[in-house]
Each structure stands twice: as structure tokens, then as C-alpha cells.
Design a protein around this ligand. Structure first.
Ligand SMILES: Cc1ncc(C[n+]2csc(CCOP(=O)(O)OP(=O)(O)O)c2C)c(N)n1
Ligand code: SF4
Ligand SMILES: [Mg+2]
Length: 351
């Protein structure tokens, strides 16, 4: 059975958000993933972020590829639009949907296999075209669904469950996303909700290609000593650069971190990110410095997390193409097909 429904009843005093919805209204079906899978924690963080942002569920579109990670949209936002596409093809499906209807909030969910192997080209072009989306990779360094093969994000020298050593260089998706032109890039850990929830909220508010690389241990196939994506390894090597608090004109969420200096970063839509900097010299608005920092810390075996890069003046694909504000499904026939004389005009302009 791949779909388990949840009981609809809930406690009448559950807290509600600005829309009068409870946390339960943002949930999906009961997860069928392995108990303890990091992906389920990410689903929980997405539910929390959407609840706190008071997003109308019917305004969200969730798109995914194939993998345990790509199954997760079934387990959150059950009242939203969803499309489970083909392995590695989520980015092009999301781009098409986004071009057809810019009014929806696009959430792309993928795995390290789905994005860094078969979907690498799709990922690259979706990001460099500044598609307005939140693209989340649930990165466990393994093909979980097909039972534990190394993926392109498995670190060189790390061991598989059967003791085989990975010989190939790892793809750093966060670094590549910055190089490709993503305008909001963060990395986090499925076990750190205090960091992950505000990162997801800020990414959703961002007007452009927002990419989140979320390390998500696979407890079935990649959680042993020698794996650099195991719970213990990530906990021991996690260097948090910063913690966010997102303010969108309502009550700001309190930070549970108390150390570090605070900086305010305003996004294009007017939302303000309160950035508690744990690495005071790191400035996420400097693209080249972010890339250098990522490479230096990676060489030292650290996994840096937090907001890695932000372009506060980002503009998305619709702005670049000057597309219609009106979704295609809201246009009538005459708008969708302006007739042969208009077509002749276009053709004449190209001669
Ligand atoms: C075109 C195609 N090739 C290969 C597969 C087999 N396949 C299914 S999921 C998967 C890898 C999934 O890995 P990842 O994206 O990391 O997700 P995870 O299960 O680890 O969350 C592969 C190779 C497929 N379904 N379709
Ligand atoms: S195989 Fe791994 S990735 Fe898949 S559900 Fe189990 S723990 Fe999660
Ligand atoms: Mg994987």
C-alpha cells in the first residue's frame, strides 16, 4: 500500500495561523518511508514553514522526480497541487508549470540521485534561468529507493554499507547552484529544524531560483561508520554559519540561538531576514567569497550550513521574458490565440 490516509479529527484547541488553519491542514498522507529516515524530518520542516507563512495550500504546487525523496510530497501539503514526474525531470516540468501560471508557489523536491546524476542538466538550466521556485534536494549521498548505490554526492573515500570505498569526486550541489546563478542558496541538516524551517520560509519568499541542499541521512543504506552522510558524521562536522529569522510583517519568530552578531537582509518582496551570524566574517551577499568559503571548509572536512548566498535584487524568469501576468488557464480564446493577422505580423518581423 503506498497511500495511508490520516484521521481527520484533531484537537479543537490546536493553534491556528492567519488563515485559521492548523498545522494538520498542511500535512499529507502517513509516510511509508523507513522509520527514522531524514526525509520525514524535512517533510515536517516544510509543513511547519508553510503553516507559519500562512500559505493557502491551494496556491502551492509540489513537483518531484523519482526516489524516496521524491515520494515525500505525498506526506505534506495534502491539499496542494502535486505532480510526481519522471526521474530527473522535475525541473523542466516545474519550469513549464511556472511559465503557464506564475500565481502559484512552486516547491521542487528532489534527491541527490535525481538531481546530481540523471537530472543534472535539468537542474542546471532551471537554476540558471532563475525560475521562481524553492528547489529542495534531500541529500543522503545514496540512491535510497534502489537500495544503496553511491550517488554523485557521496564523498570520495567514504564507505558504502558493504564496505566498498567510493573512488569518485563528489558533486557539491550548493556550490554548483551558486556557480549556475541561483540567487538564494542554503544548506541545512534534516535534524536541525531550528535552522531548516526559517531557511525554507525565506526561500519561499525569495523571488527567483532558491536552492536548498538538505543533508538527510538514509538510515537503511548510508548511516554506518565511514559514511560522510551518517547522522553521527553530520552532527560532528556541522558548522552552522548563521541562523535566520524571517519577518513578513507579522509577529517575528523567536530564535533559539543567542550567540553571534545580528544583521538584517531585505529581500525583493519586502520580507526581512534577521541573520544571526555564527561565523562573523562570512557575508552571504558576496558570491565569490561564498564559493571560496565552501571549497575551503569542504577541504577541511566540514559541512557548512545556513544561508550561503543571497542576491537581494534577484529577478525571476518572468521578469526576464516579460511574460503575461495572467495565468494561461485564466485567459479566454482570443487572448490565447490572437488570430492569423497577429501571427502574420510576428512572422513579418522575423523576415
Ligand atoms: C529513467 C530512470 N532511471 C533509473 C531509475 C531507477 N531509480 C529510481 S530512484 C533512483 C535513484 C534515487 O536516488 P535519489 O534521487 O538520491 O533518491 P533517494 O531514494 O535517495 O531519496 C533510481 C536510479 C528510474 N526510476 N528511472
Ligand atoms: S531507504 Fe533510506 S532514503 Fe529510502 S526511506 Fe529508507 S531511510 Fe529513507
Ligand atoms: Mg539519495
Amino acid at each position: 500500500m503506498t497511500y495511508l490516509s490520516k484521521p481527520r479529527l484533531h484537537h479543537p484547541k490546536l493553534p491556528t495561523n492567519a488563515l485559521g488553519l492548523t498545522h494538520r491542514d498542511y500535512e499529507g498522507a502517513v509516510s511509508t518511508l523507513c522509520a527514522g529516515c531524514g526525509h520525514d524530518s524535512i517533510s515536517g520542516a516544510i509543513i511547519q514553514a508553510c503553516f507559519e507563512l500562512s500559505l493557502p495550500p491551494h496556491r502551492v504546487a509540489k513537483l518531484s522526480g523519482i526516489g524516496c525523496s521524491s515520494k515525500t510530497p505525498t506526506y505534506f501539503l495534502g491539499a496542494s497541487h502535486g505532480f510526481n514526474s519522471v526521474h530527473g525531470r522535475m525541473p523542466s516540468v516545474l519550469t513549464g508549470a511556472n511559465l503557464a501560471n506564475r500565481d502559484l508557489i512552486y516547491l521542487g523536491v528532489s534527491g541527490d540521485g535525481d538531481t546530481a546524476s540523471i537530472g543534472f542538466g535539468q537542474f542546471a538550466h532551471c537554476v540558471r534561468r532563475s525560475v521562481n521556485m524553492t528547489y529542495i534536494v534531500e541529500n543522503n549521498g545514496v540512491y535510497g529507493l534502489t537500495k544503496g548505490q553511491f550517488s554523485a554526492t557521496s564523498d570520495k573515500g567514504s564507505a558504502s554499507k558493504k564496505g566498498v570505498t567510493n573512488q569518485d569526486a563528489a558533486v557539491d550541489l550548493a556550490g554548483i547552484a551558486i556557480m549556475l546563478g541561483a540567487t538564494f542558496v542554503g544548506r541545512s541538516f534534516s535534524g536541525d529544524k531550528a535552522q531548516l524551517v526559517p531557511l525554507i520560509k525565506a526561500a519561499i519568499q525569495h523571488q527567483g531560483a532558491a536552492f536548498l541542499d538538505v543533508i538527510s541521512p538514509c538510515i537503511a543504506f548510508n548511516n554506518h561508520p565511514g559514511s560522510t552522510k551518517s547522522l553521527d558524521y553530520v552532527r560532528d562536522h556541522n558548522e552552522a554559519l548563521n541562523y535566520l529569522d524571517v519577518m513578513i510583517g507579522r509577529e517575528p519568530i523567536r530564535l533559539d540561538q543567542t550567540s553571534g552578531s545580528v544583521e538584517f537582509v531585505e529581500q525583493h518582496d519586502g520580507s526581512v531576514l534577521k541573520l544571526r551570524k555564527l561565523a562573523p566574517d562570512f557575508d552571504p551577499t558576496k558570491r565569490q567569497a561564498a564559493l571560496d568559503y565552501l571549497q575551503e571548509t569542504q577541504a577541511a572536512g566540514e559541512i557548512v550550513t545556513g544561508l550561503l548566498y543571497i542576491d537581494t535584487k534577484a529577478e525571476d524568469l518572468h521578469h526576464k521574458l516579460n511574460t503575461s501576468r495572467k495565468p494561461l488557464n485564466a485567459m479566454h480564446d482570443a487572448e490565447l490565440c490572437p488570430g492569423s493577422s497577429a501571427l502574420e505580423g510576428v512572422n513579418a518581423a522575423l523576415r
